[in-house]
Design a protein around this ligand. Structure first.
Ligand SMILES: Cc1cc2nc3c(=O)[nH]c(=O)nc-3n(C[C@H](O)[C@H](O)[C@H](O)COP(=O)(O)OP(=O)(O)OC[C@H]3O[C@@H](n4cnc5c(N)ncnc54)[C@H](O)[C@@H]3O)c2cc1C
Length: 356
C-alpha cells in the first residue's frame, strides 16, 4: 500500500456548488485538490433544475440553471483538480499519522490531509412510486424530474405530489402542456405561497386528497395510457387519460458515511454542526454548503460559495499554520498572472475597461 498512496492536501466530497467553488478556491491557495462525486456529472442539486431561471446569485443576471452549471464546472476546473465521478464515499476514518482515509464505492481508498465535506443533504434518491411494475415506464412517460419542459409540449400531464417542485413544475408546464392535473394526498401544498396561489388560479386542475393507485399501459405495455386515482376520504376511484406522469414524492437522503463515522461528528437532526470558520468537531475536516448548520447559515448557492472559501482558508491553515489567513484577492493573486495574460492575448476578457 505505502508506495501507492497519493496523499492530497484537500479532498472535497461532493461536486455541487459548494464543492466546485471550494475546488476553485483550493487551487487558488495552491493546494493539491481532489473532488469526489457520486453522480456521473458535477453540479449537485442544480442538475435538478437546468431550465429554472436563477436570479439570486450576486453579479449574475437571471441565468438558467444549465448555464450556472456550465460556469461552475468551468470555474471548478480552473486549477485542474483531480475529479472522481461515480464514486460514493462510504467510510471516513483517520489513520494514526493524521491522514484521512476515504473508502469509495469503487473499492478505492483516497488519502488526504484535510477533508471538505460538501455533500449537501447526502446522496439524493428520489422516492419512487410504490406501484408494482411502475419502473418499466421510467424509460418512456413516467418521470421523476423535469429535465426539458419541451418534452411535455401539447401533452396531458399528471403530476403527483405537493412539494415545492411539484408546484413549480405545474406552473412551468401550464402554458406549454395541453392540460396539467396535480394530485396530492393533502390539501396543503409546499413551496412559496405565491407559487401555490398561481397554480390554483391557473388552468391547472388540483385534485386533493387523491393518490395515484394504478397505472395502465398501452397495448405494448411500454407507455402509461391511463391512471386510476383514489379519493382518500371516500375511496372513490376515477380514471384519467394521460400522456405523461411526473412524480415528486420527495427525496431520501443517505449521509450514513458521516453519521456513522468513528470520528463522531457533532450533528443536530442530521445536519452537521460547524463554527463560523466552517470547522467541524473533527480537526482537519471542514464543511460547506447545504450540509452545514451554523448561525445565520444561508442555504443558497451564494451561501455555498462563502462557506467554500472559508473552509479552504481553514484547510490551508491546518496544513500550513504559518500561511496567511485569507487568499489575496484574485486581482492581486500571482496564481492568475499567467492566466490573465493568456486571456488578454486571446481577447477573451468580456470587459476590457472603458464605457461601452
Ligand atoms: C428545486 C430547487 C431549486 C433551487 N433554486 C435555487 C435558486 O434559485 N437559487 C439558489 O441560490 N439556490 C437554489 N436552490 C438551492 C441550491 O441548489 C443549493 O443551496 C445548492 O445546490 C447547495 O449546494 P451544495 O454543494 O451544498 O449541495 P448539493 O448541490 O446538494 O451537492 C452535493 C453533492 O454531493 C454529492 N454527494 C453526496 N453524498 C456523497 C457521497 N457520500 N460521496 C460522493 N458524493 C456525494 C451529491 O451527489 C451532490 O452532487 C434550489 C434547490 C432546489 C432543490
Amino acid at each position: 500500500m505505502g508506495n501507492q498512496e497519493d496523499i492530497y492536501d484537500v479532498t472535497i466530497i461532493g461536486g455541487g456548488p459548494a464543492g466546485l467553488y471550494s475546488a476553485f478556491y483550493s487551487g487558488m491557495r495552491d493546494l493539491k485538490t481532489k473532488i469526489i462525486e457520486y453522480q456521473s456529472q458535477l453540479g449537485g442539486k442544480v442538475l435538478l433544475y437546468p431550465e429554472k431561471i436563477i436570479w439570486d446569485i450576486g453579479g449574475l443576471p437571471p441565468t438558467p440553471g444549465q448555464q450556472v452549471l456550465s460556469n461552475l464546472n468551468q470555474q471548478g476546473r480552473t486549477f485542474d483538480p483531480t475529479i472522481c465521478l461515480n464514486e460514493q464515499i462510504k467510510e471516513l476514518t483517520r489513520r494514526e499519522d493524521g491522514v484521512f482515509l476515504l473508502r469509495g464505492s469503487s473499492g478505492e481508498t483516497h488519502y488526504s490531509k484535510c477533508i471538505i465535506l460538501a455533500v449537501g443533504h447526502g446522496i439524493f434518491k428520489t422516492t419512487k412510486l410504490e406501484i408494482e411494475g411502475a419502473d418499466r415506464y421510467e424509460v418512456t412517460n413516467l418521470h421523476y424530474t423535469v429535465q426539458q419542459l419541451d418534452t411535455f409540449k401539447g401533452k396531458n400531464v399528471l403530476i403527483s405530489g405537493g412539494g415545492n417542485s411539484a408546484v413549480d413544475w405545474a406552473n412551468a408546464l401550464e402554458p406549454i402542456a395541453s392540460s396539467v392535473k396535480v394530485v396530492h394526498r393533502r390539501d396543503q401544498f409546499g413551496g412559496h405561497e405565491s407559487n401555490v396561489r398561481q397554480m390554483k388560479n391557473s388552468s391547472v386542475e388540483v385534485l386533493t386528497p387523491y393518490c395515484v393507485e394504478e397505472l395502465h399501459g398501452d397495448a405494448e405495455g411500454t407507455q402509461i395510457e391511463r391512471v386510476t386515482l383514489k379519493q382518500l376520504e371516500t375511496e372513490e376511484r376515477v380514471e384519467q387519460q394521460v400522456d405523461a406522469v411526473i412524480v415528486n414524492h420527495g427525496y431520501k437522503m443517505d449521509l450514513d458515511f458521516l453519521l456513522e463515522s468513528p470520528l463522531n461528528f457533532e450533528t443536530q437532526e442530521g445536519i452537521l454542526t460547524v463554527n463560523e470558520k466552517m470547522e467541524t468537531s473533527v480537526p482537519g475536516v471542514l464543511a460547506a454548503g447545504d450540509l452545514v448548520s451554523n448561525d445565520g447559515k444561508l442555504r443558497l448557492i451564494a451561501g455555498a460559495y462563502v462557506d467554500g472559501a472559508k473552509a479552504v482558508n481553514q484547510a490551508k491553515l491546518f496544513i500550513e499554520p504559518e500561511a496567511t489567513e485569507q487568499a489575496y484577492v484574485s486581482s492581486h493573486n500571482e496564481r492568475f498572472k499567467e492566466k490573465n495574460e493568456e486571456l488578454t492575448k486571446k481577447g477573451l476578457l468580456a470587459y476590457a475597461g472603458g464605457s461601452k
